[in-house]
Design a protein. Sequence first.
Length: 255
Amino acid sequence: MGFFLKRYGTALRSHKQWALLALLPLALYLIVAAIAGVTYRVSQDFAPYSADLPLAASTSPIATIKLNKVVTEPDLLFLDAVALTQLQKTLGRQTDDRLPVDDGELRRVARRALSLSTTGDSGIRLSYAGRDLALGRLLVAFYSDRLMKRIADGATRARSGLAAAPPEFQPTGAIVVVGERSVWSAERRWPAAGVLLLSSLGVLALIAVFELADPSFKSERQIARYLGVPVLGALPDADPLVRTLPGVTDDSRIV
């Protein structure tokens, strides 16, 4: 076993340039993923933005929260229990079986793909970023309606509490869809690692096959077994030793 391990180690050192072949499948994967993998950004803008605009609190029938709090903590909108229940029913009525309907999966999608941010000083943007265009359109439309409903309910609650009426907050334009291609994204990290691992194992196996197919003698013992005669002595290869001597160059080396 030790002889074969040593033999394989020597083959690895001799064919170390083959390691570059392991990068070829990885490069092909990244190229194909960049061409086929389109990330969609689906967004809806709203204006005018007012940090003090009241929204109906989902945990109380009379309380309100400010829009600025929802922008800084979007889970108050996206992970609201009532909204998720309604979203499950909406998705359940769709004919596309690929759409997520499980509560846990919906929460993961909302945390990962949805965002709520300000656009300058005059508006906010509700957006989705992901590869499923149909899901992105549905989520943005659903939460846009949900946001407007909570603002309308918040205005009613604020007026009943003798508060000032909120400004006219409305969607500005239609839902916008933008498709983007990128060579790298975080979701490709593990597939890329898997491709690199498999290609590396393939190169190691290829080197082993070439080494086993090599008919040349690798040791004195192999020569003795093949010829059926004992080996009395052997001349070692002195070239590696000569190369380590100081002042020895290729031109001055004794052959």
